[in-house]
Each structure stands twice: as C-alpha cells, then as structure tokens.
Design a protein around this ligand. Structure first.
Ligand code: F6R
Length: 242
C-alpha cells in the first residue's frame, strides 16, 4: 500500500483530483469508481474546476458508484443519485447515460444487485476506484463482518454508520436502514484503489488499518490483498497533531 500524507483536507482534495486527472488523460475512456460522503466533496470541487479549465474531459468517461440507500426516492436530496448530480455530474461534461449507481428503488432488489455486478463486469471494472473509510473500517457499506468474497448485495446499516450519516438528514430516524453496496470482492476487482481519509475522526481507523493483517471485523483491511492501493490522508487522519 502506497501512502501519501498531506497537510490538510485541501491538499488531500487537490492531490486525489490530480491523480484522477492523470488517469483520464492517460485513458480518456477510463471507468471511475466513485463514492459519496463528506470526504470526496473537495475532490469533486477540484475536478469541476479542472473540467472548466480544460484539464480533464469527461465525455468518454464512465462512472460506477459504490452504493445507494434503499427506499429513498431518486429525487430525495440524500439519495446518492441526487448527491452525485449535485456535487459532480451536473457540473461536468459527462452524459447521464454513462453514470451508474445502484437503483435503491428497484422492484426486485436481489435482481438489481445481480444487474449491477454484471454491469461492473461489462463496462468495468473501474480503472480507478475512490474509497472513503468508515470510523468502524467499513468500505462502501461493507460493515464489520462482511464476507470478503461478497459481490453487490443488500446490507443492513449498523447503528454507527446510521448515526455518522445522520448529519445529512433531519434526524437519525430518517436515515434508511438498508442499502445496496458493491461487495468487497467487487471493490477489489478495480485496477487501482484510491483510499481517502481526512480528519482526526478517522485516526483510529487508519491506525488499525496500518497495523496490517486482514481481519473480517475490519473490512478495510481486505485492501491489503490488492496490489495497487494508494492511501491519501491528511496529518490529522494519520494521527499527527496540527
Ligand atoms: C460512500 C461510502 C462510504 C463512505 C464512508 C466515509 O459512498 O461508501 O463507505 O466512503 O462512510 O464517509 P465520509 O467520507 O463521509 O467520512
């Protein structure tokens, strides 16, 4: 695992965005695996800027998002479809048809999981997958205890994840109880993984990850079995004080 330690969130966003720009310049038809949550927001802002300044062209890029809540209307502001539209897609030159997110309102959710995994195989796997890390070590919505061989599937969110995500909703009760997520095995199919961590809240998870060794109760540790992971973190996430 390659490690890049930067000063702060701003530098993390810049550095990760630069790596994505490089990837798309190298292969304009790149498939990018994308994440939601707070961590990628700065990266998306940098990518929008780079797109406006002509440094990156998304017209031949395809995207595959990691996960989606179950049960939220696609128009709900906290659905990941809306999140991605608002924070990235609507502001760059990508056609909606090339952006893929699991459908958390599909009539047959099991079938939707199979469709999404087949899509990963058909257009992917991602050349570059962006990943955040949960305080409990989750990746995507693969919570502690998740099967390393798991592909796209339905999960029940843990209390810790629901309360961490409550900040985006009016109350914790509004946070959906279930989601569709790419499994650990689906994530590990990517050519390269960019794992991002910012802020002291993530210091415990990063410390545990860097202890090494795979542990089913700490899903991010599965990344040790991937040949090309780059961990970009700021000093606070690395446990260094100011
Ligand atoms: C988001 C996702 C989650 C987040 C993780 C960290 O699509 O799959 O695993 O990456 O919960 O979230 P933030 O960035 O908000 O700390």
């Amino acid at each position: 695992m390659e490690m890049i330690i930067v000063e702060d969130y701003e530098q993390l966003s810049q550095r990760a965005s630069d790596l994505i720009v490089e990837q798309v310049r190298m292969n304009p038809e790149s498939v990018l695996g994308l994440a939601t949550g707070g961590t990628p927001l700065g990266i998306y802002r940098e990518l929008i800027k780079a797109n406006r300044e002509g440094e990156i062209d998304f017209s031949d890029v395809s995207t595959l998002n990691l996960d989606e809540y179950i049960g939220l209307a696609p128009s709900h502001p906290q659905s990941y479809r809306q999140f991605m539209k608002r924070e990235l897609f609507d502001a760059i030159n990508i056609s909606e048809a090339r952006t893929h997110i699991p459908d958390g309102r599909a009539e047959n959710l099991e079938e939707e999981c199979r469709r999404y995994e087949a899509l990963i195989e058909a257009i992917g796997p991602p050349d570059l997958q962006l990943l955040g890390i949960g305080e409990n070590g989750h990746i995507g919505f693969n919570e502690p205890g998740s099967d390393k061989e798991g592909e796209t599937h339905i999960v029940e969110l843990t209390e810790s994840t629901r309360s961490a995500n409550a900040r985006f909703f009016a109350s914790e009760e509004e946070v959906p109880s279930h989601a569709i997520t790419m499994g650990i095995r689906s994530i590990l199919k990517s050519q390269r993984i960019l794992l991002l961590a910012s802020g002291e809240k993530k210091a415990g998870a990063i410390k545990r990850l860097l202890q090494g060794g795979e542990d089913v109760n700490f899903p991010a540790s599965a990344l040790w079995s991937h040949p090309h992971v780059t961990l970009v973190m700021d000093k606070a996430a690395y446990g260094m004080k100011g």
